[in-house]
Design a protein around this ligand. Sequence first.
Ligand SMILES: *Cc1c(COP(=O)(O)O)cnc(C)c1O
Length: 433
Amino acid sequence: MKLYSTNNNQNIVSFRHAIEQGIAEDGGLFMPVEIPKPESTFFQEISHYSFNEIAFYILRAFLNDEIPDNDLENLVSKTFTFNAPLVKLAGGPNILELFHGPTLAFKDFGARFMANTLSYFIKNENKELTILVATSGDTGSAVANGFYNVDGIKVIILYPSKKVSNIQEKQLTTLGNNISALEIEGTFDDCQRLVRQAFTDSSLKEKLRLSSANSINFARLLPQSFYYYSAYARLEDKTKPFIVSVPSGNFGNLTAGLIAKKTGLPVDMFIAATNVNDIVPEYLETGSYNPRTSVQTISNAMDVGNPSNFARIMALFSNRHDIVRENIYGASFSDELTREAIKEVREKYNYIIDPHGAVGYLAIKKFTDGNFEKFNTAVLETAHPAKFIDVMEDVLNEKLIIPERLAECLNKEKHSVRLSSKYDEFRSYLYAL
Ligand SMILES: *Cc1c(COP(=O)(O)O)cnc(C)c1O
């Protein structure tokens, strides 16, 4: 597989290079030079395929020149140990549940795939890889879990002390083994600064082989396309238009859907569903892109003011606003409407939807005018509602059931090392590893 940088299409690298490097040297994002098409029988027979079979077919189409079939099959079965069920709400839209992974959010698909692929590529090298991740909450736990007990890789997570939720902190600090958590006395920006500084510290890099697990890594994007195919596979009547609503922040999830469509998946419209951080819906409406400081909302994983995957979307559609609009419909909603939607879904459909999924629900309701039966629908439910227990219990006025895998980690003891936000301290810590 060949990838180019969105800043310079002459800068071409292999998949292995793209995953190890994360971001292109020129600061651009990696995108496939060519989007392959799976065999022609694939879409005809897709209803019979399991999630893992779909994953294998698509990966083979992209990666057959770099990873042999046997190894790909192993990679798939090791990575996707959980499913993405399409739940049909009677009289309502279909919900694509993406929270059945270890950290209860869709980021598990990307993070686990990236971890296992990286481990596969470096398995014959004898120098251990140290991954540094700064997190404001959710990404860190998906990455940490993805790399948990993966051979040859050590993970150091930096998170801002007292600025992540109790659940998030437990998810970051209770794994142990090859995962270490650093509680930084400072902000998320301080954590990011420390990581960046380590990457430019040449004497440190002589001692440690450093890498990042940044969310813009193409290896995290690609596996996020698989559940769009599996949702389509589970539709009964495939003749109706297929509309997919994607609660979005950095737009990685939606970009993965667009890539699936380019391989031939028949999606008629993607919906970019956002909270009041509506930079992309505004672009769709007006044609001008105005990044700005993000505003805090109850769907906080989507509080993004300058979505990093926007460059990828533009690259997919040759920078043409009219073509982007043919493929993506935008809609944004306030916290007040999101709260009402959580209640509505509970009352009308007896389903508990999290604040991010609720934004997706509002958007598809707007697009279809509530006539869900005329379409094939899928609302991506990006996280389990128990991850946002305070908001959920407040809105619904009822106690939520906490899934076992979350309850388990809440009962474990936190292990973290507390450091100031000074680089010297962080550096000494890394030297002592
Ligand atoms: C990360 C995240 C999103 C946003 O996904 P993007 O790919 O950044 O658009 C939405 N919901 C939840 C729960 C998330 O964790």
